[in-house]
Design a protein around this ligand. Sequence first.
Ligand code: SAM
Length: 216
Amino acid sequence: MVEQQLRARGIASEAVLAAMARLPREPFVPAELQASAYSDEALPIPAGQSISQPYMVGRMTELLDPRPGKRILEVGTGSGYQAAVLATIGCRVTSIERKTALAEAASVRIAALGLGGLVRIEVGDGSLGRPGEPPFDGIVVTAAAPRVPPALPDQLADGGRLVAPIGRRDHQELILLVRGPQGWARYDCGPCVFVPLVGEGGFREEMPRRWLGRVL
Ligand code: SAM
């Protein structure tokens, strides 16, 4: 996975490559999909959600420029894999998930891997971020939003980086915001497809009525 899917496609951060080589994916993947744990695709997890393709996790992690001790906010815990990759690098992670069952399962998994001291998982609307906390060195949104959730950029420290898929429900652009002394610089980092961010700063509902029954 690391050589063929990550390094070969341009992931160059040795910290990211080493963390993803060390961290097993099996605990994050449903029992019936164990044979696909390292395959080059997103996989379904309970509650109609997904664990992202390994390459996308590597790309988003690298864009955050993670270092030991950095404070990272993740919006969308899902399986907990992205949070565990960041913790394996040594980051201190707060991860917010709106679905209680997913948050609980991810928390158990992360504790079993010995990473519980670096990861705090909360249930809530992560599209609002974590106002009132000290600013974060990085924010990674792992669900698709129609625009950068307005509450999040202000929660970045100076030099902090925000990575998020922004666009329509069926297709987004991965964007990177970097906070500097004069404001935020925005970079487009390529196309992607994520499940929707549902909440105040995301899409307002799970699936619009007009989409029901649509053949994709
Ligand atoms: N990072 C995850 C992983 O490593 O498995 C994958 C995340 S999955 C693609 C997106 C997650 O975002 C889903 O679990 C979904 O329930 C969650 N989500 C959607 N809207 C949310 C919100 N407003 N706040 C927190 N989590 C949200």
